[in-house]
Every structure is written in structure tokens, then in C-alpha cells.
Design a binder for this molecule. Sequence first.
Ligand SMILES: Cc1ncc(COP(=O)(O)O)c(C=O)c1O
Length: 381
Amino acid sequence: MMPTGLARYETTLAGLERKGRRRTLIAQDGVDFSSNDYLAFAGSTRLAAAVTAAVQRGVPVGAGGSRLLRGNHPEHEALEEEAAAFFGAERVLYFGSGYAANAALFSTLPQRGDLIVHDALVHASAHEGMQASRAQAVPAAHNDVEAFARAIEQWRSGGGNGHPWIAVESLYSMDGDRAPLAKLAALADRHDGFLVIDEAHATGVFGPSGRGFAADLEKHGNVIVLHTCGKALGVSGALLGASATLCDYLVNRARGFIYSTAPSPLMAAAVREALRMLTDEPQRRADFDALRTFANAELTRKLGMEASGSQILPVMIGDNGRAVRIAARMRAEGFDIRAIRPPTVPEGTARLRVAITLNVDRPTITRMFTRLAAIMAEEKP
Ligand SMILES: Cc1ncc(COP(=O)(O)O)c(C=O)c1O
């Protein structure tokens, strides 16, 4: 018999099922149209060789402890120094994941009496940190600089006397559109505030040598930039670039950094190699630029929709059930496409998130959009 304490979870799961929101784990199968392995680094021989070489020179698999205790391995420190030089940050800290880094930074840096104004579409990990923060957090309409400014002005006129924080993604993970970074940086400066830029989907792909859209801002003392390593860099973890003062503060106060085993030193070695690959394999980024441009044009040609311009190509469906059905039919035909539903995206905006990576070629992209157009026509709204 089921213990009575489990019944409430079954009830919730049944409710999710009714709303077309119940998730299951689906094995990867078919051509990759959903990963964030944009530059095909994850399966590259160069990253594999870097890990093998690291094992051979004695780098351990596990760190064995927190960075503040014995877990601080020379590979972590070498990575952080090289990443600071690469991205142009005063200092960089390596976290075990982007989720952990966002949770740590938002829960630790904004202080009581500060205000966090976040874009309405920022990632769940930023919300995780904001919920634990002592600062008040309010949303601003997506990419609306005026809305950010109004939120700060209202808070100031209501007696807010701390520092404002502006939280955005440089390239939005589910929409593939860009934030107006220069205007937001000017707004942060005008109000003696801070700007947090999550470059998860831009790192490696955009900016000089793949340094991201925030490359010119990364040196500013009031700008914090997050480069996740599990997407274009093909590994795992996240590099948080900020002033030495803020990094030092995180080392002293961020619970997720302090009370957690350090990331695998082998992964640090792999990320070091990924940064070198960005510098010495510029052809990959050039090939990717061309492929991305092609895919955007194909989406518009085959589906008659406007494309995002980036490698993240949302195909809006609206209804949860229809999105799931279309994605399942595409997978059955060998195209690994996933439906993204609320609460990951706003209610009524279920979509297919088509991601372009160097794991696919042009003819496959054309075949995929041709089939998608046909299946969308058959699966009527
Ligand atoms: C915008 C954004 N920030 C942070 C994260 C979390 O990064 P990670 O996958 O390294 O935990 C993701 C990935 O899901 C993301 O899309």
C-alpha cells in the first residue's frame, strides 16, 4: 500500500498531467536540435585529450573538499587566472554550475535595503538566489529599459536608499533575443547600481574570440558577468567575473561556494582547454556564424515566421499539448526537438526550442524545417 504521505505528490503529478505540464526524462536520440553544445566542443577529441593529459599529470577526479579547505586545487586557480585574462575581468571564480553561481551571487551580493530589478524572463537560477536575498526583487518587462528605470525611480522616491541591481541575460535562453546591455549599463551607472549579466548562451559564440556580448563591460567595477561552461564551452561549471572585492566577498559569504565540494579539477582542466580552443580555433566560430545565419533564413522560408537571429530559435506553439505532440512526432522522425512549457516559459507560450549547433549540417537543417512545417500543419491548433 502507498504510504499516505505520498498521495499528495501523486495528486500534484496528476494535476500536471491534466494541464499538459507533466515532465518525463527522455533519452537523447536522433539529430541534436536541442542541446546547448553550440560549437560541438562537448564530444571533441581536443577536450577528451585534455582530460586524458590531466589524468596523466596526476589531476584527481574529485576535489575532495570545499575550495576553502583542501579542495582548492591548482587547476581551479589556473583556470580562474586564465579566464580572468581571457574575459578581461578583474577576477574570476569557478563554480560547479551556472545554477549554483546564480543562486550564490543573488543570495549573497545584494544587501538588505538594495533593490534587484530583474528582466521578467531571467533564468530560474537567478530567481533561486533572489528568493534567498535580503534585498527586495521586482520584475521589469522584458528588454524594456524604461521599465527598469521606472522601477528604480519608484523605489528611490519611496525612500529606497541602498543600491539598485539590474539582472539580465545577454542572450535569452528560451527566446534567443539580446538584452540592450549598453543602455542597462548606463542606467546602472546613473543610479550608482550594479549590473549582473548572465552570458550563458552567448559565451563562446558571440563577442571578440567568443568572450560574449559583455566583453567591453567586464572590466567595470559594478558589472558582474556569468559565463557558464556547460553550453558552448562543452564542459560544466560556471566562471563568474567580477571585481576582486566582490569575488573576495563571495569566497567569504556565499554559502553555495563555501559549504560545497569544489568542482572536479578535471573539469577545470577541460574548461582551460575550451578557452584555448576559442582562441586557436576561430574557424569553428566562423562556421557556426554561417550555419546560424543559414538556419535563421531556413526557419523563415519554411515556417513563415520571424527568426530570433541567434542560434536559439523558438517556434511558438502556444498550447502545451500541441507543443508536446509536435515535438514527439519530430523525435519519432529522428530530430531531437523538445517542447518547452510553463512554468519555464510564460503561460500560453509553449514552444519548440530549436537550437542550432555544429552537430548538424545544412541539409539536415533544411530537412528538419521541411518536416516541421508539414507536421505543424497536420497538428492543427
Ligand atoms: C541563462 C541561464 N543561466 C544559468 C543556467 C544554469 O547553468 P548550468 O546549466 O551551468 O547550471 C542556464 C542553463 O540552464 C541558463 O540558461
